[in-house]
Write a protein that binds this ligand. Structure first.
Ligand SMILES: Nc1nc2c(ncn2[C@@H]2O[C@H](COP(=O)(O)OP(=O)(O)OP(=O)(O)O)[C@@H](O)[C@H]2O)c(=O)[nH]1
Ligand SMILES: [Mg+2]
Length: 289
C-alpha cells in the first residue's frame, strides 16, 4: 500500500484548505475569501484502495510579517516545510498576479528537496482575467503540473493518481498512526469548534477584525443524548472591536453564533446550544500559539 505525507504550500487564499476539504469530503479546515484564514498546520487523512495520503494543509506564506501573529503563523509553515514529507504541492492562483510574495513562496518551495507538484488552482474562474502566462516558466522546474478547480473538484482525480505514484510503498505502522480516527484530523474537538466559530468572523466581519480575534472554547458538555452545551469566547484586542463584533442590539454575534451552531450541529449530529460571548484581551496574540 502507498502511504505518505503530502505538504501543501502556497501564499494565502490560493485554495489550499478548500482543496483538502474537497478531497477528504468533509470540512477539516476552515476557508474564507480573506488571506491568512488558516493559522496552524492541519493534518487530514485521505484513504482509498490505493493507500493513505496524509495531507498537511499549512497557513499561507505571508509577505508582510510585521505583527506578532503573522510572524507566528509564517513560522508554523516554515517549520512544516522542515518536517518529514514525501511530496510537496505548490499551489498557485492564476487569477492573481505573480508578485514578491509569490517569489518568496517559490524560494521556500525550492529549498524542500522532495518530489514537487505544481497545482494551478481556480481554473473555473476566468471572468476577471488570468495571469497564467506569468506562471508558465514554472513548467521547466516542475515536471508535474496540474490545472485544477479545487472548489468544483475538476482534474483532482489525475492529481491524486500522480500523488499515489510518487508516494512510497509503506506499511502504515512505519511512520504514521496505525488507526487514524474519525474525522481523520489532528485537531481536538475544542480546537475544531473554535475554528468553525473563527471562520464565521472571517466571513462576516470586515477586513481588519478577523486579524484581531481568536476563539477559545471553554466547555463542551453533553446535556442529554441529543443536546450539547458549548461555551466559547471570541477574544479581541480592543473595546471598539468588541462593540463591532457584538453589533447593534447583539445582531452580529447572534448571526455568527447561529451560523457556527449550524455547522457544529452538522459536524456532530447533535443539537447544539452555543453560549458565545466577546471579551477584550489585548495580549492574546502573544499568548496563543
Ligand atoms: N473560484 C474558485 N474559488 C476557489 C477555489 N478554491 C478556493 N477558492 C476560494 O478561494 C478562497 C480562499 O480559499 P482557502 O481554501 O481558504 O485558501 P487557503 O489557500 O487555504 O488560504 P489561507 O488559509 O489563508 O492560506 C475562498 O473564498 C475559496 O472559496 C476554486 O477552485 N475556484
Ligand atoms: Mg487555508
Amino acid at each position: 500500500m502507498k502511504n505518505g505525507t503530502v505538504l501543501l504550500v502556497g501564499r494565502p487564499n490560493v485554495g489550499k484548505s478548500t482543496f483538502v476539504n474537497n478531497v477528504i469530503g468533509q470540512k477539516v479546515a476552515i476557508t474564507s475569501p480573506k488571506p491568512q484564514t488558516t493559522r496552524f498546520p492541519i493534518q487530514a487523512y485521505y484513504e482509498d484502495e490505493r493507500g493513505t495520503i496524509y495531507f498537511v494543509d499549512t497557513p499561507g506564506i505571508f509577505d508582510r510579517v510585521k505583527d506578532t501573529l503573522s510572524k507566528k503563523i509564517n513560522n508554523q509553515t516554515l517549520d512544516a516545510t522542515h518536517s518529514n514529507v514525501d511530496v510537496v504541492i505548490y499551489m498557485v492562483d492564476h487569477t492573481r498576479r505573480r508578485d514578491f510574495e509569490e517569489g518568496k513562496v517559490l524560494g521556500i518551495v525550492r529549498k524542500i528537496n522532495k518530489p514537487k507538484i505544481l497545482v494551478i488552482n481556480k481554473m473555473d474562474k476566468q471572468d476577471e482575467g488570468t495571469f497564467l502566462p506569468q506562471y508558465e516558466f514554472l513548467r521547466e522546474e516542475f515536471p508535474d503540473v496540474f490545472i485544477i478547480s479545487a472548489i468544483n473538484k475538476t482534474h483532482v482525480k489525475p492529481l491524486l493518481e500522480r500523488i499515489f505514484e510518487l508516494l512510497p510503498e509503506r506499511t502504515e505502522t512505519d511512520e504514521h498512526p496505525e488507526n487514524p480516527v474519525y474525522p481523520l484530523i489532528n485537531l481536538d474537538s475544542k480546537t475544531f469548534i473554535a475554528e468553525l466559530i473563527r471562520e464565521k468572523v472571517f466571513l462576516k466581519m470586515g477586513q481588519e477584525i478577523p486579524y484581531r480575534i481568536t476563539v477559545v472554547v471553554d466547555e463542551i458538555a453533553e446535556r442529554s443524548d441529543k443536546l450539547t452545551y458549548i461555551k466559547a469566547r471570541i477574544l479581541t484586542t480592543d473595546h471598539r472591536y468588541k462593540k463591532m463584533l457584538i453589533g447593534a442590539g447583539g445582531r452580529k454575534i447572534k448571526e455568527m453564533g447561529g451560523m457556527a451552531r449550524k455547522d457544529i450541529a452538522l459536524a456532530t449530529s447533535k443539537k447544539i446550544f452555543l453560549d458565545l460571548t466577546v471579551e477584550v484581551d489585548p495580549h492574546w496574540p502573544e499568548v496563543l500559539y
